[in-house]
Design a binder for this molecule. Structure first.
Ligand code: ZN
Length: 296
């Protein structure tokens, strides 16, 4: 009798626990990650494999089956602006690094760097957490234009504090209305710019890498770090422009931006891609330490 009552009570309690778990905990429980739609995987693979240089095809296929598209992160023509993320192992000093390329659609070798980094990240255990957006401007990439399909230079369209005052004036006077450097009608007007802003709000990077061609330098907007020695690309300050990512993120928001300006042909040796990635990780950690010191 006693044991029957006890098992009845235990059964009742268990039922209540189960019910409360279902009704309270389930909204908080981690959701299974949505699968990457086949159209996005195919787009990722087709576009990234069209970039110059050799790469591991099977590894890229595997990566493209795991890329993600944030809500409304599509180009004007409707192409997905996908990303790949790899969590870091160093939970104490590891940083959150956002690496982007092909914000200028005609700089194809810049995408090869992020392709190589994505493949490497997929089989190492990085100390920092990396989010890579290899193709920011898919429409410009398809048309081989610097600007997007509305004729806007996305790297002049970020809503820096001085955009309203200076962006169009700079374009008129300094660039003599260079078609390739048009900042747009309004700050942050373009879908691709809005996507990167959304990515920044979502990922909250400590450090941003933006890969370009063809100037052949490393241009850093951030605190005074020890210039790293990377033989193919000397450390050289170019500065920022109204509406550029460097002005928006470093000058306005104090997130350092490393602009990797490759030579026209890009990097040639695989070891150079690896070395550059390790070096940027070290600069990211050093820059964060300096910024932390300034705060204290
Ligand atoms: Zn560029």
């Amino acid at each position: 009798m006693f044991s029957a009552t006890r098992s009845l009570i235990v059964g009742h309690v268990l039922w209540l626990v189960l019910l409360s778990a279902l009704s309270f905990a389930s909204p908080e429980m981690p959701q299974a990650k949505a699968e990457t739609p086949p159209s996005v995987s195919k787009f990722c693979y087709d576009r990234l494999s069209s970039l110059p240089g050799k790469f591991d095809k099977d590894a890229l296929k595997e990566i493209c089956s795991k890329v993600v598209v944030l809500d409304s992160c599509h180009s004007e023509n409707g192409s997905p602006i996908f990303y790949y993320e790899r969590k870091g192992t160093d939970t104490s000093s590891g940083k959150r690094i956002l690496s982007i390329s092909l914000i200028h659609g005609d700089e194809h070798p810049s995408g090869s760097v992020n392709r190589a980094w994505m493949i490497r990240l997929s089989h190492i255990k990085p100390r920092n957490t990396w989010r890579v957006i290899p193709i920011v401007n898919p429409d410009g990439m398809a048309a081989m234009t610097r600007y997007n399909n509305r004729g806007v230079d996305l790297n002049r369209n970020f809503p820096s504090h001085d955009w309203d005052r200076l962006a169009q004036k700079y374009w008129r006077i300094k660039t003599h209305k260079d078609k390739r450097r048009y900042p747009g009608q309004v700050a942050g007007s373009e879908k691709e710019t809005q996507c990167i802003m959304k990515q920044i709000a979502d990922f909250k990077p400590n450090f941003i890498i933006s890969v370009h061609t063809p100037l052949g330098v490393l241009d850093f907007d951030g605190p005074k770090v020890h210039p790293p020695n990377f033989r193919p690309l000397p450390w050289y300050g170019i500065g920022t422009y109204p509406g550029s990512l460097g002005r928006y993120m470093w000058v306005d928001h104090k997130v350092p931006v490393l602009t990797v300006e490759l030579h026209q042909k890009g990097l040639q040796k695989l070891s150079e891609f690896d070395h550059l990635q390790d070096m940027t990780g070290t600069v990211a950690i050093q820059a964060s330490r300096l910024l932390q010191k300034e705060k204290n």
